[in-house]
Design a protein around this ligand. Structure first.
Ligand code: HEM
Length: 245
């Protein structure tokens, strides 16, 4: 999240991972857990965004794709087994990502027992990025809860028929449900900022000190974030404006 993967001097004391604490609990260990779980989540997000674009091929192709997620691995494996493996992997990655970020934030505030004298003093670029990442994470978490109730469990979606993924997408972004569309778009903007900063933070170790490579990685993070946001946003916008119905 907001913290860079590059090794900074660790906070002193046992909480900082020194002494007898296991290696994964050191600051660098936690940052690696955060980066690796973040990369797994980005992989899911990119694949999900690309999969959603089947909506533009019509109901048959979209519903075939949604059913394909459930039958993937058959007949070798039981129905939905790979889907459940992916779900468990996603839950584990999200839990590791959140837990490591909370641990690192706590550690950082313990390392600064004397608070900044004024809020203004705390407002550097890094502090701003940290706040953006924290608020972004809260918005994304709220979005995911709504999204699961909407398109997976269908509790807040007018279409209850699970195999009809296309119908559910069209129903949720119907023009009269514009607040839902606005909420999705706002969450996507938060996701975009989170991805840009998160990807950049995670690759800083690889980027090294070369200014050229740092610029390239920063650009790659921005391009990934913009592509993901645009790819996801295309679906609600197309339904809202009647291009998909
Ligand atoms: C406008 C953008 C999006 C659309 C149209 C969309 C569409 C869908 C649909 C149709 C499903 C149900 C698939 C099925 O069960 O057949 C789904 C599931 C899901 N979506 Fe999205 N999604 C969007 C954005 C996102 C974003 C940004 C995230 C993550 C940050 C996300 C995370 C998930 C998750 C975790 C599931 C449950 C997967 C499962 O366990 O089956 N979605 N989405």
């Amino acid at each position: 999240m907001s913290t860079e993967l590059r090794s900074r001097p660790a906070a002193s004391g046992p909480a900082a991972g020194a002494g007898h604490a296991p290696r994964w609990r050191s600051s660098i260990g936690l940052k690696i857990i955060m980066a690796v779980s973040g990369i797994a989540l980005v992989g899911f997000i990119v694949a999900h965004m690309a999969g959603n674009l089947h909506v533009f091929e019509g109901p048959e192709r979209m519903n075939e794709y949604a059913e394909g997620l459930r039958t993937f691995g058959e007949p070798l494996l039981p129905r939905e087994s790979l889907l459940w493996a992916m779900r468990l992997g996603l839950i584990a990655a999200a839990a590791a990502h959140i837990a490591s970020s909370v641990a690192l934030t706590r550690r950082a505030s313990r390392a600064r027992p004397v608070k900044y004298a004024s809020r203004k003093a705390a407002r550097g670029e890094a502090a701003h990025a940290a706040a953006t990442m924290r608020w972004g994470a809260i918005v994304i978490a709220a979005f995911v809860v709504w999204h699961l109730l909407d398109l997976t469990f269908r509790a807040v979606n007018p279409v209850k028929d699970v195999p009809d993924a296309y119908g559910a997408v069209v129903a949720t972004f119907a023009p009269e449900r514009w607040p839902v569309t606005v909420f999705y778009l706002a969450a996507l903007v938060a996701l975009g900022f989170h991805l840009r900063h998160g990807i950049w933070s995670a690759v800083q170790t690889i980027a090294g000190p070369s200014a050229v490579w740092r610029r390239r990685w920063r650009a790659a993070a921005l391009v990934t974030a913009v592509t993901v946001v645009a790819g996801f946003a295309a679906v609600p916008l197309a339904v809202s404006f009647g291009l998909v119905s």
